[in-house]
Ligand binder design. Structure first.
Ligand code: ADP
Ligand code: MG
Length: 759
């Protein structure tokens, strides 16, 4: 039981229960070792049969895990290490499992996945991107099939039939995004036969911190094709153009909010000729003004967004990459488009939406794995009720983490970085540099090229190519520049898989990871650090910052001006532990603020999600025939008789359900629209008197009170209004204003108003 004895990072108390289970699994595996393949398979099918036919029959974890261990050895040539079995036990117990990069989380998950999949109710594994879903399904496919289970994977661009097939498998690999959109589309189906997903059962979330924390508040949106109401963006942009920063409006330190001063409000009122901006009746105008000001004062081209082919495209603050199909809320999006002199883009009416956090919450059983969980223990517990289990590394870590290197200016930092990289490269050591944006990557690559170092740059390329490049980052002499999250989930082996090369790279000191700046979240920095020192390899990590970095601009009131107060070397390097402590403090401040924003946004989203859930439940009941629609015969006996005479009672009965479904969808889209108006409007309420969240909840509750009555009325009216010259009674979506086509996108609601932002 070697792994338990080593002193280290895991808590012995939380681990003791797993030690016994581990030894039971190992001894059971030794018994199974002598079995024929045929016998293992038959036994697995027996367990499957047992657990399918009797829901109460709980196949023991020991049995299931021992089978997978043996099958993995035979089918894919990998026998799970003790630490992997321990991780699998934690996953099976529904924990958020922290395991270092390269330790083998993919295989560890398979043990828990198999165990849960025996019930036949479908287990989902949410991976970081499509490429990894495909890769993991392919790698583990032989293992699951050896045990008689089927595997599927969902990919962007798949049609409904392919998706249905993938979801019908015992185990399905997919991204949270695909899974969530399929869920939303299923929520608009008019017949049971067109659903692609089965009811949820168990999900393992890989790279869980990314999905459960960083991406959690990203709403997936299903929209209909429609034109947005045209706003008079140009006029507002012109007014805002006349306001002066610091006098008419102020931004807060985090550059998150912009406030109109009294003077600014007066100036705007004069320019707009609208009387009191905050008076009733000016809500829309105030909203537009706020968007225009936000676009001008807070959003920067090439930092927050780029303009490409006449469109504004958002830059993901986490990855520094272009976020495909992501947009700001309509008003803000249009304001940015106006600011850039572009034609405002069409946007659709929102038909359905769910945040990734709530989508994950739909699974009765949830667990996750990542290399960086322990720094967010509280947040996992609070938002998901997940406990973190830390699995020790298989071999003791041999990575050296050097203290932060600080420079006064960006230029000095770049010069030092280049010099350091060139020196490491001259020695042949593989180097991986993490940056926060594509622009920064390109700048660094250019500086490196100028000093004769050629490097691989990973930027918004496709996932597969990215994986191939990052896979080579451990080769002797390789220099790789990559944005923060690029290539997450892909293993960096020293020597890129070649043993002799690996030994050479190890002698040189292993992979050198260099962060070109600190991220707002220490967790993200730790992800990068973890790239080095895989499975006990040697390696090192170091971060370079300058006082001109984004972190200071955002969170330090004194910013670069503070440089003078620190001891400075000739090359602009700032010495001493004091400055490092100060920077670490700033990072904690940033982390804390971001967390608070997430909590507030969560609270806004929770209210709507509760209502969505109620509607979705009822809709599902109608679709599956468990709930009967309001009988027309009671509402309007004559109309009912008339319809029956024309189309037959059977057809009318079917139509009752279909009309009821469409009416629910229509009413829900209206409710969503109302909610967004309210949410924006709350910030026009007189400042600070009432808690905006309270107001929001009250209004939403009131609007929801007669939701089902309204939907029923709507369905009945539409049914009675059927044009009797039509050959069949089936509903036309147009009768409900439902669009004939839908499209999907992600919203980054980082910029939605939060508790402190009203002005
Ligand atoms: P993680 O997701 O924890 O970063 P992966 O699941 O990608 O790690 O696995 C890292 C590498 O280790 C992969 O190349 C995988 O094939 C290998 N690996 C995992 N488990 C084992 C094992 N038990 N025996 C041998 N190789 C393994
Ligand atoms: Mg992984």
């Amino acid at each position: 039981m070697g792994i338990w004895k080593r002193t280290g990072i895991w808590s012995a108390r939380s681990w003791r229960p797993y030690a016994d289970a581990l030894s039971r699994i190992k001894s059971r595996q030794r018994e199974i070792e002598s079995w024929s393949g045929e016998r293992i398979r038959r036994y697995s099918l027996e367990l499957r049969y047992l657990s399918r036919s009797d829901a109460a029959a709980d196949v023991s974890m020991t049995e299931a895990y021992a089978l997978v261990c043996e099958a993995a050895r035979r089918a894919i040539g990998m026998e799970p290490y003790d630490v992997q079995i321990a991780a699998a036990l934690a996953l099976g117990a529904g924990k958020l499992t922290e395991m270092q990069t390269g330790e083998g989380k993919t295989l560890a998950a398979a043990l828990a996945v198999y165990w849960r999949a025996l019930s036949g109710r479908g287990v989902h594994v949410a991976t970081f991107n499509d490429y990894l879903a495909r890769r993991d399904a392919e790698r583990l496919g032989p293992l699951y099939r050896y045990l008689g289970l089927s595997v599927g994977c969902v990919q962007e661009g798949m049609g409904a039939a392919e998706r249905r097939l993938a979801y019908a498998a015992d185990v399905t690999y997919l991204t949270a995004k695909e899974g969530g959109f399929d869920y939303l589309r299923d929520g608009l189906c008019l017949t049971k036969g067109s659903l692609v997903q089965r009811p949820y059962h168990f999900i393992v979330v890989d790279e869980a911190d990314s999905i459960l924390i960083d991406e959690a508040r990203t709403p997936l949106v299903l929209a209909g094709e429609a034109d947005a109401p045209q706003r008079d963006g140009a006029r507002l942009a012109a007014v805002v153009g006349k306001l002066a920063a610091g006098i008419d409006y102020e931004t807060d330190g985090g550059r998150r909010n912009v406030y109109l001063t009294d003077q600014g409000a007066m100036k705007a009122e004069a320019l707009l000729g609208c009387g009191n901006l905050y008076a009733a009746g000016n809500e829309l105008l105030l909203g537009e003004l706020r968007d225009a000001l936000h676009a001008r004062a807070l959003l920067r081209r090439d930092v927050d967004y780029i303009v490409r082919a006449g469109r504004v495209e958002l830059i993901d603050p986490l990855t520094g990459r272009i976020a495909e199909r992501r947009r700001w809320p309509d008003g803000l999006q249009n304001a940015v488009e106006v600011k850039e002199g572009l034609q405002p883009q069409r946007s659709g009416e929102i038909l359905a939406s769910i945040t990734l956090r709530h989508w994950v919450g739909l699974y009765p059983r949830l667990c996750g794995m990542t290399a960086t969980a322990s720094s967010s223990t509280d947040e996992f517990a609070e938002a998901y009720g997940l406990q973190v289990a830390v699995i020790p590394a298989r071999r003791p870590a041999a990575r050296t983490d050097y203290p932060l290197v600080v420079y006064a200016t960006k230029a000095a930092k770049l010069a030092a970085l280049t010099k350091e990289i060139a020196a490491l490269h001259a020695a042949g050591r593989p180097v991986l540099i993490g940056t926060s944006s594509v622009a920064e990557s390109n700048g660094l690559a250019a500086a490196l090229a100028a000093s004769g170092v050629s490097c691989n740059v990973l930027n918004a390329g496709n996932e597969e190519r990215e994986a191939a490049v990052i896979g080579q980052a451990g080769a002797v002499g390789a220099v790789t520049v990559s944005t923060n999250m690029a290539g997450r989930g892909v293993d960096i082996r020293l020597g890129a898989g070649d043993e002799e090369q690996a030994a050479a790279a190890a002698r040189l000191g292993g992979l050198a990871v260099i962060g070109a700046g600190l991220h707002e979240s220490m967790r993200i920095d730790n992800q990068l650090r973890g790239r080095a020192g895989r499975q006990g390899d040697p390696g090192s990590s170091v971060f370079y910052v300058s006082l001109e970095d984004e972190l200071f601009a955002r969170y330090s009131s004194s910013g670069a001006a503070a440089a003078g107060s620190w001891r400075q070397g000739l090359d602009g390097k700032l010495e001493g532990a004091g400055i490092r402590r100060r920077i670490e403090h700033l990072q904690r401040v940033a982390d804390g603020q971001n967390r608070e924003i997430r909590q507030t946004l969560n609270r806004y989203a929770d209210m709507l999600e509760q209502q969505r859930h109620i509607v979705a439940d009822r809709r599902r009941g109608l679709l599956e025939g468990r709930i009967a629609p309001a009988p027309l015969v009671l509402r309007d006996p004559d109309g009912y008789a008339d319809l029956c005479a024309r189309y037959g009672a059977m057809a009318v009965k079917r139509a009752e359900t279909e009309y009821a479904l469409l009416a629910l969808d229509r009413c829900w889209a209206d409710h969503l629209e109302y909610a967004s108006v309210v949410r924006e409007g709350i910030h026009f309420e007189s400042t600070g008197v009432r808690d905006p969240l309270d107001v929001y909840e009250r209004l939403l509750l009131a609007a929801f009170a007669d939701f089902f009555d309204k939907a029923e009325d709507r369905a009945v009216r539409a049914l009675l209004a059927v044009d009797r010259t039509k050959p069949d009674i089936g509903p036309e979506p147009a009768a409900f204003n439902m669009p004939s086509a839908t499209w999907t996108y992600l919203i980054n609601d980082r910029l939605l108003p939060h508790r402190h932002s009203f002005w």
